[in-house]
Design a protein around this ligand. Sequence first.
Ligand SMILES: *Cc1c(COP(=O)(O)O)cnc(C)c1O
Length: 469
Amino acid sequence: MEKDEFRRWGHEMVDWIADYLEDVEDYPVNPDVDPGDIKDNISSSPPQEGEDMEEIWQDFQDDIMPGITHWQHPGWFAYFPCNNSYPSILGELLSAGLGIQGMVWATSPAAEELEEQVMDWLRDLLLLPAEFRGVIQDTASTSTFCALLTAREDATDFNSNYEGVPNHLRVYATAQTHSSIEKGVRLAGYGSENIVEIDDDDEFAMKPEDLRKAIQDDRREGKKPTCVVATIGTTASTAIDPLLEIGKICQEEDVWLHVDAAFAGTAAILEERRDLLEGSEYMDSFVFNPHKWMVTNFDCSAYFVRDPKKLIKTMTIDPEYLKTAYDDEVNNYRNWGIQLGRRFRALKLWFVLRSYGVEGIKSMVRRHLELAGNFRDWIEESGEFELMAPVNLSMVCFRWNDGTYAEEELNEINRQLLDRINSSGDVYLSHSELAGKFTLRLVVAQRSTEDRHVEKARRIIREAAAEII
Ligand SMILES: *Cc1c(COP(=O)(O)O)cnc(C)c1O
């Protein structure tokens, strides 16, 4: 491709993206395809000679678009969102254009320094302790894995006394924590059997006194309490573990405290939601995902640590070919995570924060919280639906239950209800299980979701229930 052609197609695609995002509501949220349908559209071998962009673009429309799930659809109420935004897309585009790889400061000083600064911005917006330092990771799963590795290093000096991972290092979390915690525990070599499941209360939040007891019991048995993972906004129900109480226990017991606020973290920039991170002074590490609620394209996970030296000690390998003359004066982010090569993710985040302004993000989050609150009120007043968990943020957990069916039947009824709702193509919800009960989750956090979309969801849900019963 030559420069002029790039220019023409670049304009064409930016125009297309603008129209797509404007009209994304016209697509069914979920594609109507079966496994293998899309692969069947794609040639089984690559072309030997280059093809015309015209033809490639046409095939994108005909063969790829039919299998796209429209995460930016304002009827997206499933999982947690994966928001993009215009400034973020432009930041990504520019980053692709620059094509840099920021493994160390010297391989692009601006990438490293911008990352440092925007992470300080986020730290201050969330009122995290001033000594915290941040690094952008790809996902919360990776951030949590880094935390588990660092906690392991901190507890055992593992890297310098290599004798394998001792099998008595213990990690504490509730059954409500995200699957990435167990994955990280396994990968870091603790062993799944060393996850100690702490009971959660009737709001699905960790019981701090149970945590204290589990830690003390373990210590008595010669085990080493190593890391507590608390969640602010669990995936199943946005439950909020009591950070302040957990933090005090971790301090008294000298255990690493990692906090996963992958979705909820963004809401903590609101003055009225400072409660979410109350106790942050006790954290050793913290993660939230701007790629969920802070309208920054996937991937962008903000990972913060109290003491970067511990993270760096865990991650640093220093071959001669990666040494630079500036290593004593700068951050080399290659030593702040698993990967060596690093994308320039700070650019899109900077674009978002500058273009929206803090107030712009706050007002979007407030709108979502209000819409979810209205939906909760509707569920409560409906007489045929019931709330399954407190609405702590902008997610409502509910199910159909008019009181006339047995508990065993309700799971199946609600499973069918969800399928029917989603077959509308106008909205997309997902589910979880709470106390053994099949639960529908409606998350209001898509950037462009307005009152009318939630209203439409209410109508579809009501009609689907009427059809099933
Ligand atoms: C989404 C989520 C994760 C995983 O996020 P990734 O960035 O996809 O790894 C972890 N924990 C919680 C609480 C989440 O909501």
